[in-house]
Every structure is written in C-alpha cells, then in structure tokens.
Ligand binder design. Structure first.
Ligand code: AMP
Length: 114
C-alpha cells in the first residue's frame, strides 16, 4: 500500500470506482477517462511499479493477469469483435500512474498502433 497511489486507494476502497472483477491478487475497474467504449484496467492489489515486480506474487502472475483481462473481455462482450491489451511502462510510454496496470480496450475499431 502506497499512500499517495490512486490505484492503492481504489483497491482498499478509499476512492470509489466501478469494479468489474476482484480477487486476492488483482482487481479490474472501468477507466475514468475511457478512450474506447470498453476501457478497463487490470490492476494488482499490491503496489507493483513495473512488470518485473509481478514475480514477487509467484511465477504465473503475469499469465493470471492476462487471463483476467481475457475473462473481463468476454464478460464485456468484446471477445468476438476483438480487443487490445496495453501496458505502459516508464516515461517514453506516457505512463501516468506508477502502479502497474493493463488496459483492456475494445468496443470499436482501434486502428493501428503508433
Ligand atoms: P497510464 O497512462 O497507462 O498510466 O494510464 C492510467 C489510466 O488511469 C488513464 O487511462 C486514466 O484515465 C486512468 N485513471 C486515472 N485515475 C483513475 C481513477 N480514479 N479511476 C479509474 N481510472 C483512472
């Protein structure tokens, strides 16, 4: 728990959010400023700052994170139409919040990356 971190505060219920999934290790919320009709964030409960930090949960944590993204995509009804998973890490990616999170984007045509 990092006291200045928005996602840590959401995880413990100090900041309200629209949860679509939660378990012991991850939760999924709707992005407050969606860039596509479906825009979810898969977030570790612990304050992990970089992708490599997921290892502290155990070997399969990244696979779990992707499986949860896949599960919520199915739940949102975008499995057939398709979706995009994005992790921004570090300055060049434009990362805003320094608590690891995976964007799940879908619900319309996303265009090319870049
Ligand atoms: P990133 O640029 O990858 O760090 O993305 C951070 C994302 O978090 C952005 O898409 C923001 O819109 C989103 N965000 C920031 N604050 C909140 C919040 N309180 N609830 C939900 N999403 C948020």
């Amino acid at each position: 728990m990092e006291h200045s971190c928005v996602f840590c505060k959401i995880g413990i219920g100090d900041i309200p959010s629209d949860f679509v999934y939660s378990d012991e290790f991850f939760f999924v919320i709707r992005d407050i400023n969606p860039v596509s009709p479906t825009h979810l964030l898969v977030i570790p409960q612990q304050h992990v700052t970089v992708l490599g930090g997921l290892k502290t949960f155990g070997r399969n944590s990244f696979i779990d994170m992707v499986e949860i993204a896949n599960y919520v995509a199915e739940k949102e009804g975008i499995m057939e139409s398709g979706f995009r998973l994005v992790i921004n890490q570090g300055r060049d990616s434009g990362q805003e919040i320094e608590h690891l999170h995976m964007h799940v984007l879908g619900g319309h045509s996303l265009g090319a990356i870049g």
